[in-house]
Design a protein around this ligand. Sequence first.
Ligand code: ADP
Ligand code: MG
Length: 453
Amino acid sequence: MAAINQIWQNFLDIVKQEEGSRVVETWLKAVSIERWDSCNCIVYLKAPNHFVREWVRNNYLHLFYEHLGRLFAVDSLEVTFIDHEEQVSCTVVPARLAPQEESSSVPQVKAKKISINKTYLFDTFVVGPSNSLSYAAAYAVTKKPGLVYNPLFVYGGSGLGKTHLLHAIGNAIKEEYKKLSVLYQPADRFVNEFIHAIRFDKIDLFKEKYRTVDVLLIDDIQFIAHKDQTQEAFFHIFNTLYESSKQIVLSSDVYPTEMKGIPERLRSRLGWGLVTDIQKPTIEEKVAILKRKAELSHEPISDEVAHFIAAQSVASIRELEGALIRVFAFASLTNQPVSLDLVKKVLNHSPVSIACRSCTLESIAEAVGKYYSFTLTELRSKLRSKEIALARQIAMYLMKRLTDKSLQDIGQFLKRKDHTTVAHAIGKIQKVQDTNESIKSVLEKLENSLQST
Ligand code: ADP
Ligand code: MG
């Protein structure tokens, strides 16, 4: 068996290819593999802090199951995070890997199953005037599935919590009625699954799968618009489930009667039960959500920090969350506490926010080199005089600010072994420009000239 570090590297490479480098650079690189217990098939991982661990656990566990098992050549494995401070294992999450696909000449219907997200709970959903009706209806449904509001139709703009509520319903029903089968599926996947089923002659299986569930949660139902055959299939599934009092919950970004590309008979059915909406959150709700999210990450934030983030004009809770994550990631990478100052810096001029098309690592190195009279070779060298170190740090800062390259890419380009050097440089330049007018003006000058080329 290859050395465990090699396996880990292969794993990162695969994830990079499949999910993009952002996931790897921002999160997975922060995690290290500590041990592989081949007798019990347990992989021990270590994260630098609680926040990274929770984030990785909540969002990327499936990647470990999917790829690490294959790389270790086992059918199933468990993932355990070793607690950073205490050095004790704090979670064991067992999972069975999908059975190896048999080589067969008949193509299989492939639809990656989306399971219910265990972190989207009623408990983690902050209730306020903008969403209280949807929340109450969703909650009521879990008490009497199929009997009170059927279908429940939740509509609202993007990033306002529809998916969260659907998962919360799924989680609560699974918890309360262990025997009921709950199926969550985003409508675009439903469409793809249907197309595959037709193509590979598996339509009976497809229908069977949907008609035998007790609770069907279809997210973003607007995606079946203009897909006549899928609509037909959905229509029959809907009728079957409805007639046998199985609970149907749908979400959409438009009101049922305003859905275009869906025939009247189906549209009217969508609104048969209860239709509730989610509005944009008020500033107080945004503050409450931010504080709750921070608390859930075990990184509580102060009121003033929460107010500052909430006051930024973000359109949705997803963006609000994104802002908070950027703040946490930056604080963690640069080893600073989450202060109001830090938040202002990260959000006011986020180094990743203004990628300009014509800027490349080469053009930035060239511009900085020219300004300070250093060659590229010198920038890449180990020389550490004050001047060259500053030029190098400015180059790193501008590279992150003006391109979408990762810290790793920038580090490699400048021949640095460790990409945390790049993170430190960015943190330093970000900070120093507040007190040092001359650096600030150099940065502006360089940035303007780079953007106008
Ligand atoms: P939608 O499906 O409406 O586009 P999501 O349900 O995906 O939105 O929500 C986007 C993000 O915002 C999710 O991470 C979700 O947990 C979070 N979110 C939305 N509403 C709330 C809320 N009321 N309380 C806590 N988190 C929320
Ligand atoms: Mg959604």
